[in-house]
Design a protein around this ligand. Structure first.
Ligand SMILES: NC(=O)c1ccc[n+]([C@@H]2O[C@H](COP(=O)([O-])OP(=O)(O)OC[C@H]3O[C@@H](n4cnc5c(N)ncnc54)[C@H](OP(=O)(O)O)[C@@H]3O)[C@@H](O)[C@H]2O)c1
Length: 275
């Protein structure tokens, strides 16, 4: 039962690979740059690019199950190559933005591509990744021990990438997930102010929240290298969740049999990144 993991070097994909290897499954990984992939020795690494669907043909030979990283531009062609190769099951890394009606046409086309094959499909729809805190807050925490936030009462339920992977791995390894949509979140909804406190606990250092205006937050993000449209998207997203309970799902507990990891655990797992 060979399983092909696309996005295998990604924050979720690396955990999926580790979980499958630990379960004793034969694992193949797709990457555009095998030399830089640093995957476990048990993994067969194939070079391929989702934007060039034919490049996946060698990696797909003999594969029964596929974890599909979302690339909408070529999703139909990739799903078609998978079906022709004899793949029986596709687990899509999607987004809860689809459920919320705010997906900008990125993830739903990939879900549709998997559905259109007539194969067994499962959609994993995570909400906001905790790992986003790295790009947002890593520099200011490292350099100044602060988080500057325009919307400290914006509420979210950031999910640990290991939990997204655990749900995907369950759908890849176990039966009974065909046609399922798995929404995945962190264990509780927290305002940004409380997220900063949880992070500080996990990092074992003081982190001060500094409230700033929208324009100053935007300027900070541009300085940290965010493109303007991304900074505007993130700030609009935060503004939308001010004092509004973010959805929390019990999917991890239900499928994996343990609670989802909280932000304190996530921060402890990423302590080195904040040194
Ligand atoms: N951030 C969020 O809050 C959030 C929320 C919901 C859903 N998501 C979804 O999750 C995705 C990120 O997942 P992640 O964190 O696991 O990944 P990641 O850390 O962003 O890494 C990207 C992965 O995708 C692979 N990849 C990208 N383009 C590729 C291509 N053209 N061909 C082959 N491989 C390609 C990369 O492989 P190589 O570089 O090795 O080729 C790498 O493994 C987002 O793109 C989004 O769709 C994110």
């Amino acid at each position: 039962m060979t399983i092909l993991i696309t996005g295998a070097t990604g924050s979720v994909g690396r955990h999926v690979v580790d979980l499958l290897v630990a379960a004793g499954a034969p694992v193949r990984a797709l990457t555009r740059t095998p030399a830089a992939a640093q995957l476990p020795p048990a993994v067969e690494v194939f070079e391929g690019d989702l934007l060039r669907p034919d490049s996946l043909v060698p990696a797909l030979a003999g594969v029964e199950r596929l974890y599909l990283f979302p690339e909408p531009a070529t999703a139909r062609e990739v799903a078609d190559r998978a079906k022709r190769a004899g793949v029986e099951r596709i687990v899509v890394l999607s987004s809860d933005a689809v459920t919320e009606g705010s997906d900008p046409g990125h993830h739903r086309p990939v879900e549709e591509a998997a559905e259109s094959t007539g194969l067994g499909w499962t959609h994993v729809r995570p909400g906001e990744f905790a790992v986003n805190k790295l790009s947002l807050w890593q520099r200011s925490i490292r350099e100044e021990g602060v988080v500057r936030a325009a919307y400290p009462t914006a509420v979210g339920a950031p999910v640990h990438e290991a939990d997204v992977a655990a749900v995907a791995a369950a759908a890849l390894l176990e039966d009974g997930h065909a046609g399922a949509v798995h929404r995945v979140s962190g264990p509780s909804a927290l305002a940004v102010r409380d997220q900063v406190a949880a992070l500080a606990t996990g990092l074992g250092r003081a982190v001060r929240l500094v409230e700033v205006g929208h324009d100053e937050a935007r300027k900070d993000m541009l300085r940290d290298g965010f493109p303007e449209y991304v900074a505007d998207y993130i700030l609009a997203f935060q503004a939308q969740w001010v004092d509004r309970p973010a959805p929390v799902h019990d999917t991890v507990r239900r499928l994996i049999g343990r609670p989802a990891h909280d932000l304190t655990r996530w921060a402890a797992d990423h302590r080195r990144d904040f040194l």
